[in-house]
Design a binder for this molecule. Sequence first.
Ligand SMILES: Nc1ncnc2c1ncn2[C@@H]1O[C@H](COP(=O)(O)OP(=O)(O)OP(=O)(O)O)[C@@H](O)[C@H]1O
Ligand SMILES: [Mg+2]
Length: 228
Amino acid sequence: MALLQLERVKKIYGKGDIKVEALRGIDLEIGTGEFSTVFGPSGSGKTTLLNLIGALDKPTEGKVYLNGSSTGEMTKNKLAMLRRENIGFIFQDFNLIPVLTAFENVEFALKIASRNGQPSGERTREILEMVGLGDMMHRRPGELSGGQKQRVAIARALVKAPKLILADEPTANLDSETSKGILEIMGRMNKELNTTFIFSTHDPMVMEYARRLLEIRDGKITRDERRE
Ligand SMILES: Nc1ncnc2c1ncn2[C@@H]1O[C@H](COP(=O)(O)OP(=O)(O)OP(=O)(O)O)[C@@H](O)[C@H]1O
Ligand SMILES: [Mg+2]
């Protein structure tokens, strides 16, 4: 069974005259351990696609199966549980908790994800050091730059070591040195833990790391290329 399966998926925003058909019939299968990148022009549907894959939103038509279950039929609680247990999100607006420090933001994500016991702090420190925030972990989001906040969001997604990590333009605010470091961490997780990654990006460096390239144009997948 594929980790993820989309069948004739359409997503239409709004209604009547202001209807926007953001996805216009997507068929896609992604297996455990794949490292894929979705690329395409602004407005082509990348974020919409990641939202559906991550069960943050439901398709207007068609089916999205995660682990064999269709998200369209699940209750809000069930979807929240599915996300919490299986998916790490690195999204454009970060969603960091403003009153918590970088360390506490990451630790909090770990606490929510782990069913048994308290996190020790050690793993949180380690991962923050890996993304280059070792000396900033006690700052709050308001005291960090865009790129630094993005790295907190990356650390937060990685710390849980989820099955699936979805990243919407994760390197958009980062310099190329930091981007490279983060891509290497992700590559290692992919190899060692078989974590599945799906990125959206405009960044040629991210595309270079990917082993499957999906091009989306106007709400449709126009290219699907694997390489090794
Ligand atoms: N909540 C919404 N309501 C109405 N239209 C929306 C909504 N979200 C996205 N759209 C529209 O759906 C289409 C796809 O948007 P989407 O955000 O998925 O594109 P994208 O490929 O992620 O673009 P970008 O590269 O700029 O992030 C666009 O035409 C956009 O204007
Ligand atoms: Mg987008």
